[in-house]
Design a protein around this ligand. Structure first.
Ligand code: GUN
Ligand code: ZN
Length: 432
């Protein structure tokens, strides 16, 4: 048994704080002490209460003056797209053809995949992201590379092999049968091993034949606790294309629904162009939306209406969607999410933004019993934020001591420079 403690100003969500930032859903502990035993949270209390009870052998990491929040959860991101980020001039379908597919081709080489996986995880950790739902490429070895890198750091990560058997370059295609077989072997190799989980990953309906989607149904039935991830209703050209390819479906989302791919632990990137019936289906099945504001703005895809999704009862998490997205930082992503909602006429509360990046993400991934806040027995994944990391932040936060106000400034002025430390299972992982 190893016990340690981490000291600082803590802020987390106990539930969804909603648009008003309901105070009973939030907890702030000024000069708190988080007690961690064997990687799990034992207690969070004011330091003045807990310190007298600690044995002399308990090491304390002292982050007084820093804001400590749960590790960020990125609900949708593509590790093979680290070299695609910030590619000029196109919207989704052209962007895939011109920039993304050529880059993903390189992952046929295992050594390339290994290098990119390590680089990608370094970026996540330096930004305070401790869990992500990750797209690999069509190549099974891209999944092995990613999971081996994540396992080496003992991270909680979800990932899967992209399935695509049509409407993409020939050398990036699998078949319904090979995609099924490869996914099955990867599930057996990785799902539930250490902190790793497998996601059945049809790229999006336009690149899968009906036979391949039927193979996804089989995989999903055979592995009811596996994750499912894909894209839906991101771009209006894509939506029109999905209608042409699947004329029998009521909507684009309905293509997945008919294949039993809406359920808990199913997470769909974007969900911008859903209608009321789609939102009701997402809510009743427990499927979740990944809100990807930097990607949606960068690719000119549209504005995700979070209040509408919330009122419909949809689970929603926040996501970077690198390389359509332009930042690895969930702080920056929270800020851009705030701006998207401003354009739609609502001001996201800072705690609602934090919720989306932590407990809301955990709930979207069906992991709310395991991560997402500082409740006892959860895994001690956390981020230490420095409210004075840059001159702009230091000036903004000088004389202001309210944790929620500081969080709001950190969202808008922060990035990886603001992340003083990232811990997983109570261990300092970044800086190394
Ligand atoms: N739709 C299908 N594939 C992709 C992708 O790689 N990125 C984004 N943003 N949308 C997609
Ligand atoms: Zn994506």
């Amino acid at each position: 048994m190893t016990t340690k403690a981490i000291r600082g100003d803590f802020l987390h969500c106990l539930a969804d704080p909603g648009p008003g930032g309901d105070a009973t859903a939030c907890e702030a502990v000024h000069d708190g002490l988080l007690l961690v035993r064997d990687g799990r949270i034992e207690a969070l209390q004011p330091a003045a209460t807990l310190l007298p009870q600690l044995g002399p052998d308990v090491a304390i990491d002292d982050w007084r003056g820093h804001l400590i929040v749960p590790g960020f959860i990125d609900c949708h991101v593509h590790y093979p797209q680290v070299d695609v980020i910030a590619s000029h001039g196109t919207q989704l379908l052209d962007w895939l053809e011109r920039y993304t597919f050529p880059e993903e081709r390189k992952f046929a080489e295992r050594a390339h995949a290994d290098g990119v996986a390590e680089f990608f995880l370094d970026r996540l950790l330096e930004n305070g992201t401790t869990t992500a739902a990750v797209f690999c490429t069509v190549h099974p070895q891209s999944v092995d590379a990613f999971f081996e890198a994540a396992q080496g750091r003992n991270l909680r990560m979800i990932a899967g092999k992209v399935l695509m058997d049509r409407n993409c370059p020939a050398d990036l295609r699998d078949t319904a049968e090979s995609g099924y077989r490869d996914s099955k072997a990867l599930i057996e190799r990785w799902h539930g091993r250490d902190r790793l989980g497998y996601a059945i990953t049809p790229r999006f309906a336009p690149t899968s034949s009906p036979e391949q989607l039927a193979a996804c149904t089989r995989l999903a039935r055979e592995h009811p606790d596996a994750w499912i991830q894909s894209h839906v209703a991101e771009n209006q050209g894509e939506v029109a294309w999905a209608h042409e390819l699947f004329p029998g479906a009521r909507s684009y989302l309905d293509v997945y629904d008919r294949h039993e791919l809406l359920r808990e632990r199913a997470i769909y990137g974007h969900c911008i162009w859903l209608d009321d019936a789609d939102r009701a289906r997402m809510a009743s099945t427990g499927a979740a939306a990944a809100f990807c504001p930097t990607s949606n703005l960068f690719l000119g895809s549209g504005l995700f209406n979070y209040q509408q999704a919330r009122e419909a009862g949809m689970r929603t998490g926040l996501a970077t969607d690198v390389g359509g997205g332009t930042s690895y930082s969930l702080l920056t992503t929270m800020a851009e999410g705030y701006k998207v909602q401003q354009l739609l006429g609502t001001a996201l509360h800072p705690m609602e933004a934090l919720y989306l990046a932590t407990l809301g993400g955990a709930r979207s991934l069906g992991l709310e019993e395991t991560i997402g806040n500082f409740m006892p027995r959860k895994e001690a994944d956390l981020v230490v934020l420095s409210p004075a990391a840059t001159p702009a932040l230091s000036r903004r936060n000088h004389l202001r001591d309210d944790a929620i106000d500081r969080l709001f400034a950190l969202m808008h002025l922060g990035d990886e420079r603001t992340v003083a430390a990232t811990y997983t299972l109570g261990q300092l992982l970044n800086p190394p």
